[in-house]
Design a protein around this ligand. Structure first.
Ligand SMILES: Cc1cc2nc3c(=O)[nH]c(=O)nc-3n(C[C@H](O)[C@H](O)[C@H](O)COP(=O)(O)OP(=O)(O)OC[C@H]3O[C@@H](n4cnc5c(N)ncnc54)[C@H](O)[C@@H]3O)c2cc1C
Length: 452
């Protein structure tokens, strides 16, 4: 028998958890969301001229179960335009096209001959890590070389984690690479020899006609009866194998009793949630995970005001290039109907772990820095016809070198408070698809459904 469940947080993790319960005919649950809307960091800006994402842009799917959820919700997928196939990395202040196949990569002039040899010889590399908690930087430098890390890994980490490869753990941020080395002694060999997971489908980047918010609206409709907005959970007390939740709803405190509790709120919000079990509360308060600040600037220019056509998916900027910006997404060449036909719309990222102080500057100062880089990289000197700024004071959790300690604390709290589960982007991957699959997996575990 399924018991009464409380889900705390209505971001993609909480909503996917609810979706999975309903899919398995379990309706006896409530999702509490502290703000007045669902979606968490997913938020689409839409007006009569522009459509763009303030949060996640790139929804990359490679698993049947994610696709099934989209189909169950009757959502129509929008795929990127052919014009977005090219991806760029800045090298010597010039956007260089990254070859999209292994062979074209080896024959391109993007990297040196030495690095190409290192890639080909990786299968024979038997160098061991210097310590158990190896960083992404050290792992790839050991398996390939410095150029590989500085021109490929560093910009990729800035574009995904807004992070720094020197402070992120390879084991937690890229478990597949870590496992490949352990099992096959080579990541190249791992890619060739490892078995395809049973639910794997061809990876594609997708969105929806009205942007990512469409996914949230559909999930919210499905979970309409279960969602309570403006409802902040402020404490969890466990008494006689039940959970007593204190919830602040429109400034009134109410108490509700549940059999199971699912926590999906970000770690940096955990300090606002009291656990009355002292040991668990102390463990929780000692979990400190960095979520670096990030700013995004979305700009639109008249096409005639841009010296070179900007076509492709986007540009990533390696730290070694010494720019203000982390990268640029070419929104109007990625999806149709995102900007007027005679304009080029793009989003620029600034800050993250690389230069956190830049993210927190004023809008005016950030725009100035962004324009300096756009002038130097693309030769843009004219003024944009549209500029918008979004500040994320705490963006993406960094899977730091001591991450295992934090995971151990979360596990210990789960053991102390039998029936309480954590799921969210701080466990098992930061991407939207990771969050969806991990939430489904936790939901299935909760209802003892045979998942794998
Ligand atoms: C700027 C940015 C860009 C990103 N880009 C991408 C991308 O391109 N591709 C990609 O795959 N991923 C991307 N990500 C990562 C991805 O978006 C996140 O990992 C994911 O959306 C997190 O979802 P979540 O539900 O775990 O957490 P959240 O979205 O943070 O949701 C948590 C919810 O809990 C609520 N809450 C907090 N405290 C309480 C409380 N006490 N009581 C009740 N409710 C509470 C919050 O209001 C929030 O709605 C990006 C993230 C950011 C910030």
């Amino acid at each position: 028998m399924i018991e009464k469940v409380a889900i705390i947080g209505a971001g993609i993790s909480g909503l996917s958890f609810g979706y999975q319960l309903i899919k398995n005919n379990h309706h006896n649950f409530t999702i509490y969301e502290s703000t007045s809307r669902c979606g968490g960091v997913i938020s689409t800006h839409s007006d009569s001229k522009y459509l763009y994402e303030e949060g996640p842009n790139t929804f990359s799917i490679s698993d049947k179960r994610t696709l099934q959820m989209i189909n169950d919700l009757n959502l129509e997928i929008v795929y990127p335009l052919d014009s977005s196939k090219a991806r760029y990395i800045l090298r010597n202040n010039e956007p260089k096209n990254i070859p999209n196949s292994f062979f074209s990569f080896l024959t391109s002039d993007f990297i040196s001959l030495t690095t190409k040899f290192k890639i080909l010889k990786e299968v024979f590399n038997r160098k061991k890590p210097l310590n158990e908690t190896e960083s992404i930087y050290d792992f790839f430098e050991r398996r390939f070389n410095k150029e590989f890390v500085e021109y490929l890994v560093n910009p990729f980490i800035a574009g995904t984690f807004s992070g720094n490869p020197k402070t992120l753990s390879i084991k937690h941020a890229f478990p597949k690479m870590y496992d490949f080395e352990n099992e096959y002694k080579s990541i190249t060999k791992g890619f060739i020899k490892s078995k395809k997971p049973p639910n794997q489908i061809k990876r594609s980047i997708i969105s929806f006609k009205s942007g990512m918010e469409e996914l949230i609206i559909s999930l919210s409709k499905l979970l309409e009866k279960q969602i309570c907005l403006n409802s902040k959970v402020i404490s969890i007390d466990n008494v006689d194998s039940k959970f007593l939740l204190k919830i602040s709803i429109n400034n009134e405190i109410i108490t509700r009793v549940y059999d199971k509790v699912v926590v999906t709120i970000p770690i940096h919000k955990l300090n606002e949630l009291k656990l009355t079990d002292q040991d668990s509360n102390d463990l929780k308060n000692n979990i400190v995970i960095d979520y670096p600040p990030l700013s995004t600037i979305t700009l639109s220019y008249k096409k005639k005001d841009i010296p070179l056509p900007i076509n492709g998916f986007g540009l990533l900027v390696p730290e070694i290039e010494k720019k203000n910006i982390l990268g640029v997404l070419y929104l109007s060449s990625m999806f149709d109907y995102r900007a007027p036909k005679d304009e080029t719309l793009f989003t620029v990222f600034i800050g993250g772990s690389r230069q956190p102080s830049l993210a927190s500057l004023s809008k005016k100062e950030i725009i100035k820095l962004v324009k300096t880089d756009l002038k130097s990289i693309y030769g843009i000197i004219n003024q944009p016809v549209y500029v918008e700024h979004k500040y994320w004071p705490q963006s993406i959790p960094q899977y730091s070198l001591d991450y295992q300690n934090h995971l151990n604390s979360l596990k210990k709290i789960e053991r102390n408070l039998n029936g309480l589960t954590f799921t969210g982007n701080y466990i098992g991957g930061i991407s939207l698809e990771n969050n969806i699959l991990n939430a489904m997996k936790s939901a299935n575990k909760l209802i003892n459904y045979n998942y794998e």
